[in-house]
Design a protein. Structure first.
Length: 184
């Protein structure tokens, strides 16, 4: 009889342990999804700002037509993307394209002096700062989620309930990691 109570006790402890692991995985997944929504909100702000920026530059920089079309096309693709992985892939192209656009403005002093352009550029810088903070938070939640899914005994529970690892928001292009060179 005592052996039966011990076995029942061990089974109950195991069940509570599995429930605890499961709830921890659910929490980490939810935090990762919430962190992604923060990135998504900042990206939406950026996407809403891009048409204004493109139209302002278009009036001054007629030679930059191909670059303006590229930025507009990437924005459209980003708005139509449905998965985190798709959006991350498009963002890896859109960020550098926006950077090229802002660098090309250096050739147009009248545009740089435009109050409207300076306002748009300031707002874009603010959004980029928000995005950087959101990406860091998101990557932190992805790290915690992935560790929980890959570590024992969490990996057993994760595989039983089909929890998936998150995708980091990282830079693939090594040129983007380089510090820009400024010379006077």
């Amino acid at each position: 009889m005592t052996l039966a109570y011990i076995l029942i006790g061990l089974i109950v402890i195991a069940i509570f342990f599995i429930i605890s692991l499961y709830n921890g995985l659910v929490t980490k997944r939810s935090m990762m999804q919430e962190a992604w929504s923060g990135i998504d909100v900042s990206l939406k702000k950026r996407y809403d700002l891009i048409p204004n920026l493109v139209n302002t530059v278009k009036g001054y920089a007629t030679h930059e037509k191909q670059l303006l079309e590229e930025v507009t096309s990437l924005r459209t693709k980003a708005l139509q993307s449905t998965s985190v992985e798709q959006k991350i892939g498009i963002e890896k192209e859109l960020g550098p394209a926006l950077g090229k656009l802002l660098v090309s403005v250096e050739n147009y002093p009248d545009l740089k002096a435009s109050e409207n352009f300076r306002d748009l550029q300031g707002r874009l810088n603010d959004i980029e700062t928000e995005l950087e903070m959101s990406r860091r938070y998101y990557n932190g939640t992805v790290r915690e989620n992935n560790i929980a899914i890959e570590s024992f005994p969490g990996n057993v529970v994760a595989s039983m309930f089909k929890f998936e690892k998150g995708t980091f928001f990282e830079i693939d292009n090594s040129a983007q990691r380089e510090n820009p060179t400024v010379s006077f």
